[in-house]
Design a protein around this ligand. Structure first.
Ligand SMILES: [Zn+2]
Length: 266
C-alpha cells in the first residue's frame, strides 16, 4: 500500500468514526468495553486496598513483642509446674519407701530399717545396705557386682536431684532411731509426736552416705549430709516421718540434749 492509499484509508476510517453508522455499531460494544475497564480498575483498587491492609514492620515488631511478653509471663509458671511435679514424685517415692519400712517393721519387731552395720566410719558391702533388706530389690545379673547402679532401686533417686548422686541415691535414713531403740509405734517421751520425728530425708548430692548418726566422738554428720532445699527455698526438702506421713516439715532446732534436729533424746 502506497502513502496516498494509506492516507485515503485513514480519512475513510475517520469519516466512519464521525458517521452515524459508527454510533449504531460501536456504542453497544462500548458498553461492554467500559464495563471491562471498570472491573479492571476495581480490581486494581482492591489490590491497593489489600496492600494497605498487610502488616507494616512496626506492626510486626509489636506483635513479636506481645508474643515475647506472653512467653515471659508463661515461662515461670511452667517451670513452677515442673518443679512441683518433681516434688510430688519425690513425696511418692518416700511414701512407698515408708510402706516398705512398715512391712519390714512387721517382721522385725518394729525396727523400721537395719542399723548401719559398718558404723559411722566403715562402709558396709552393697549386699548389706539398708535398702537391700527394706526394699528387697532384684539381685543384679552379676551378683558379685560392686557398682551401686546395679543394686540401688530407682525409688531411691529424687527426680530433683542430680541423675548421678553420690553412691547413686538421694535419701538418707535417721539412724538416731536405732541408736535410741525407737521403733514404729514406739511410746515416745511426753511432748514428742511421731509426726515430728524424721525417718528419712534428702541427702546432699555429692555426699557418699546412707545414715545420719552420732559419731563415736560426739556430734553427728547432720550438717554435712542433710539437704534442706532440694526442691527450692519455698518447697524445701521432703521427709518421711515416724507416723509414715510425708511432707516438707522438719524441726529446725535440736531438742534439749540432742546432737542435731533429727536426734530424739529419750
Ligand atoms: Zn526430693
Amino acid at each position: 500500500m502506497g502513502f496516498r492509499n494509506a492516507e485515503s484509508e485513514v480519512r475513510r476510517r475517520l469519516g466512519f468514526v464521525a458517521s452515524p453508522q459508527f454510533f449504531v455499531r460501536f456504542l453497544p460494544r462500548a458498553e461492554i468495553i467500559f464495563t471491562m475497564i471498570h472491573v479492571q480498575m476495581r480490581d486494581v483498587g482492591y489490590n491497593l486496598h489489600m496492600r494497605r491492609r498487610a502488616f507494616t514492620l512496626v506492626e510486626l515488631l509489636v506483635v513479636i513483642g506481645i508474643i515475647g511478653v506472653l512467653i515471659a509471663l508463661l515461662l515461670p509458671s511452667l517451670q513452677r509446674a515442673k518443679a512441683q511435679s518433681k516434688w510430688i514424685k519425690c513425696q511418692s517415692n518416700l511414701r512407698q519407701i515408708g510402706v516398705a519400712m512398715m512391712i519390714y517393721a512387721n517382721d522385725n519387731r518394729g525396727v523400721l530399717f537395719p542399723p548401719d552395720y559398718g558404723g559411722a566410719l566403715v562402709r558396709t558391702p552393697l549386699q548389706q545396705r539398708w535398702f537391700i533388706f527394706v526394699l528387697k530389690p532384684r539381685t543384679p545379673l552379676n551378683p558379685a557386682s560392686v557398682d551401686e547402679h546395679d543394686w540401688t532401686p530407682p525409688i531411691l533417686l529424687c527426680p530433683a536431684d542430680d541423675p548421678e548422686p553420690g553412691l547413686y541415691h538421694s535419701y538418707v535414713v535417721n539412724d538416731h532411731l536405732n541408736e535410741h531403740g525407737i521403733k514404729y509405734s514406739s511410746k515416745l517421751a511426753s511432748g514428742v509426736s511421731p509426726t515430728e520425728i524424721i525417718v528419712l530425708g534428702e541427702k546432699i548430692t555429692l555426699i557418699n552416705d546412707y545414715y545420719i548418726q552420732t559419731f563415736p566422738t560426739g556430734g553427728s554428720d547432720f550438717v554435712e549430709v542433710v539437704e534442706k532445699f532440694r526442691h527450692g527455698i519455698h518447697l524445701g526438702s521432703n521427709y518421711l516421718h515416724l507416723d509414715l506421713h510425708v511432707d516438707n516439715y522438719a524441726p529446725k532446732e535440736a531438742r534439749p540434749g540432742a546432737v542435731d534436729p533429727w536426734d530424739i533424746a529419750k
